[in-house]
Design a protein around this ligand. Structure first.
Ligand code: SAH
Ligand code: SF4
Length: 350
């Protein structure tokens, strides 16, 4: 698999896949005044128009012309689950029929959205429902962006943060992920501050290095899940070729270059990565580095032998990390009653 753009192929191009330059050129070719560009952008990026006919401030003739030349992408909701804690999880269908999940998590005046960067995932992590279901394709930047708009419209409120923790490995779809981050960050589009945009990766080292060179202050999370090579190889076979030692080195470079604190995700799995040796290895990996560890209770995937650890173990890990000066939290799983772990809604419906 590579990290190249993977756009929909079809007779007509998606309006949302045009660059600004291409949109300007198109409006010129259609004999339209320059201000039409801004109007069209407003419809697709702010108002989330689902058809050309919605674009009521464009002349009817232009709407018809556009509809004959271009598609309007968009996502269609095919299923949803609503949690007791207010989270909503959606299964969305993309124009070619591929489906992805995203989640909206409200909290007071805040609304966090969890998006997918790919339909499926090729990394094959043993604990992950998405990993078990295989890979379909990478998403375009606007397909990622549209998930956020869908949730925004459904809650009818501003989105305050986005995490790339749905299906897929964002760094196996680097260009589209970065373009989506920039759209979400752009004051004229998503308008969400870079620090509130978080990418989670299973540890694709060359792309972590590349990410550290991006000028924006995006936030990085790395799924660690074990600091023991043998265990990590079993849990996360897709990143076997990137050793923990190299991950440690590149994270050092990331911190030096950006000055930002990365998060390490650690899902506690009973008898697998919650032993004393695993705890010591995690402490060694994180001590004297800038890091925040998120200790997560494993979300059980139906049919899997892997079971969550105990709350007691999570507290032991928290205390051990505190003793070596590492910031950590036990993350309560949002929407546990709605299959909120990655890939589970899709798996249930397929
Ligand atoms: N591919 C990226 C982002 C999507 S997964 C990555 O792996 O980081 C988002 C997060 O959910 C990751 O930290 C992943 O390890 C975690 N995750 C996957 N399955 C899980 C499960 N069953 N229980 C708890 N966390 C899980
Ligand atoms: Fe892919 Fe992330 Fe799931 Fe691993 S945890 S299979 S990288 S989505």
């Amino acid at each position: 698999m590579d990290t190249e753009n993977n756009t929909n192929t079809g007779a007509m191009r998606d309006l949302k896949s045009l660059s600004k330059g291409e949109l300007i050129k198109l409006m010129e070719e259609l004999g339209q005044p320059a201000f039409r560009v801004k109007q069209v952008e407003d419809w697709i990026w702010n108002k989330n128009a689902s058809s050309f006919d919605d674009m009521t401030n464009l002349p009817k003739s232009l709407r018809t012309e556009l509809a004959g030349k271009l598609t309007l992408g968009g996502v269609e909701e095919v299923a949803r689950q609503v949690s007791e804690d207010g989270s909503r999880k959606y299964l969305l269908r993309l124009p070619d029929g591929a489906t992805v999940e995203c989640v909206g998590m409200p909290s007071g005046k805040k609304l966090a959205v969890c998006v997918s960067s790919q339909a499926g995932c090729a990394m094959g992590c043993a604990f992950c429902a998405t990993g078990g279901a295989g890979f379909t394709r990478s998403l375009t930047a606007s397909e990622i962006y549209d998930q956020v708009m869908h949730v925004r419209d459904d809650f009818n409120t501003r989105v305050t943060s986005v995490v790339f923790m749905g299906q897929g490995e964002p760094f196996m779809n680097y260009d589209n992920t970065l373009a989506a981050l920039r759209k979400l960050n752009d004051p004229e589009q998503g308008g969400i501050g870079a620090r509130h945009l978080t990418v989670s990766t299973c540890g694709v080292i060359p792309m972590i290095r590349r990410f550290s060179h991006e000028p924006e202050q995006f936030t990085l999370a790395v799924s660690l899940h074990s600091a023991v090579q043998k265990t990590r190889n079993i849990l996360m076979p897709g990143v076997k070729k990137y050793s923990l030692l190299n991950l440690y080195t590149v994270m050092g470079e990331y911190v030096d270059r950006t000055g930002r604190r990365p998060t390490y995700e650690y899902a506690l799995i009973g008898g697998v990565n919650d032993t004393r040796d695993e705890m010591d290895a995690l402490c060694d990996f994180c001590r004297d580095t800038l890091a925040h560890v998120n200790l997560i209770q494993l979300n059980e995937v139906p049919g899997s032998k892997l079971k969550p650890s105990t709350q007691r173990k999570a507290e032991d890990f928290l205390n051990a990390l505190a003793r070596v000066g590492v910031e950590a939290t036990i993350r309560n799983s949002r929407g546990a009653d709605i299959d909120a772990a990655c890939g589970q809604l899709k798996q249930r419906l397929s």
